[in-house]
Design a protein around this ligand. Structure first.
Ligand SMILES: Nc1ncnc2c1ncn2[C@@H]1O[C@H](COP(=O)(O)OP(=O)(O)OP(=O)(O)O)[C@@H](O)[C@H]1O
Length: 269
């Protein structure tokens, strides 16, 4: 792994933790990702942005192991990652949220957050049945982590409330809490601000920054609204029609002519 460095915007970021090398992903005749390479560094907030259909969700799904690209390599913590099932990727410390909220609506906030601990459970069903003490200790420790995250995200007042009764913005915050409960090394956020009003967007931005600051979590997020990510991110990859057209700090990509054209809808060859 290479060392960390200070970005042009003055933020210290760490060594490379994940590297996408020449990734190409096809769906039949559609090339959703065309030979894209970029890295994600320890402790940074890395955004992948682009207009509708640019290939952002496809890229997030490659990172999370949901799609295996036809070409290219994914490197994680210094080794090439073999084709993996999403739960295996999760066990390696990569947690995610979904654009369409994927919570257990009938369950309380606390129980939903507790499901985020499942990938960290050491005691299997067999041992739980014959070794009650160990399982109970693990349950207590898991609950402590869940409660700490609930406090951190300021949702203690609704910890017993069924998710179905919550506003959209709060559901998104519970989803963030559940992903954090896994204590991930990399947190993937799928359009975390989509469908939110201005106030909810501000709250979510603050929580994303606080999580990054307080826990040092590396965060990769996708978003089509360029404005939303500019204040939040250390570095930004810009995609358009499956290609990478920009990569750098927010001010670098903001001044990149290809990026400006893509967002203004200027025709491509
Ligand atoms: N499962 C799939 N099967 C076939 N084509 C797909 C599939 N998923 C995505 N595509 C195509 O791949 C291209 C990139 O789609 P993708 O959803 O990754 O873009 P996006 O940047 O996330 O868009 P949006 O902002 O609208 O969500 C599009 O042309 C899309 O139609």
């Amino acid at each position: 792994m290479t060392d960390g460095y200070v970005t042009a915007d003055g933020r210290q970021i760490g060594p490379v933790v994940m590297e996408m090398k020449n990734i190409t992903l096809r769906f039949g005749g559609v090339e959703a990702i065309k030979d894209i390479s970029f890295d994600i560094r320890q402790g940074e907030i890395r955004a992948i942005i682009g207009p509708n259909g640019a290939g952002k969700s496809s890229m997030l799904n490659v990172i999370s192991g949901f799609y295996v690209p036809q070409e290219g390599e994914v490197w994680y913590k210094g080794s090439r990652r073999p084709a993996m099932k999403p739960f295996e990727v999760a066990q390696q410390g990569i947690a995610r949220t979904f654009q369409n909220i994927a919570l257990f609506e009938g369950m309380s906030v606390l129980d939903n957050v507790m499901t985020g601990r499942l990938t960290n459970m050491k005691t299997g069903m067999f041992w739980q049945s014959i070794w009650k003490g160990k399982a109970e200790r693990e349950e207590t420790a898991n609950r402590e982590v869940a409660e700490k995250i609930i406090d951190f995200l300021e949702i203690q007042a609704i910890r017993k409330t069924p998710v179905s009764r919550l506003s959209y913005g709060l559901k998104k915050r519970v989803e963030l809490a559940r992903a954090l409960a896994a204590e991930p090394s990399i947190l993937l956020l799928d359009e975390p601000m989509a469908g939110m009003n201005v106030e909810e967007k501000e709250d979510m931005s603050r929580f994303i920054l606080d999580v990054n600051d307080e826990f040092g979590t590396t965060i990769a997020l996708i978003e089509h609204d360029m404005g939303v990510v500019m204040d939040l991110s250390d570095r930004v990859v810009v995609m358009d029609y499956g290609k990478k057209i920009g990569d750098g700090t927010p001010s670098e990509v903001r001044n990149n002519q290809d990026v400006i054209d893509a967002y203004l809808g200027v025709a491509h060859d």
